[in-house]
Design a protein around this ligand. Sequence first.
Ligand code: PGA
Length: 254
Amino acid sequence: MNRTPIIAGNWKMHKTVGEAREFAYAIRNHKVESAVEMVVCAPFTSLSALAEELKGSEVRVGAQNMHYEASGAYTGEISPGMLTDLGIHYVIIGHSERREYFAETDETVNKKAKAAFANGLVPIVCVGENLAQYESGETKAHIRNQVIRAVEGLSSEQTKQLVIAYEPIWAIGTGKSSSVDDAQDVIGFIRSTVEDAFDSQVAVQVRILYGGSVKPENIASYMEQPDIDGALVGGASLAADSYLQLVQGVVGGK
Ligand code: PGA
């Protein structure tokens, strides 16, 4: 099964509209030698400008969150339809920072994943264990629970398109990346969890990314692993040259 690898930048709370446009100018004409999906997940304020600047390019634009309702009295929220209206393709759901600081739960992650598909968006669902869980050997039990709850009620066809990002919380923004073997071990386990919840046809198609201190220097070693289909990258995705090096690194690793 050939799964197209993805490099998804997660800008978090960075960049003005002008800075986002500059980034788009720097990457939009980039041609990759083999199939790599280039994705940039930006703050809501920059999405419209990015969608405009990257139209017709190979780069897809993603949001970092959304509400699951179509509309209503939810001050400060953004609906799925508002994102598709801009030409947005992906939406990150359940990033650990949203789970930790903004009360995202497995239940809202599931509602958002369903709402994303219902509106033609592809969710990038994030899962990951914290340091205490990692140190006490609870990683797999925790990840299995997060994955099962995220995909509850999705159809097989939807889950085949789903992107899952495995991001150990202790590795995010810390410079401490998971070892390549550990990342492959957990990501292979996520694939078998999807197989248990659906079947092998679905599991072989779902794309699973690693995230947590990925850099141009270490991307190729993750990409050599059989179950790792790309990366969700924070810090190293902010500068256009670093982002493009990550994309090149994927080509080198597969
Ligand atoms: P990082 O962030 O690459 O800066 O560790 C990854 C993420 O949070 O998605």
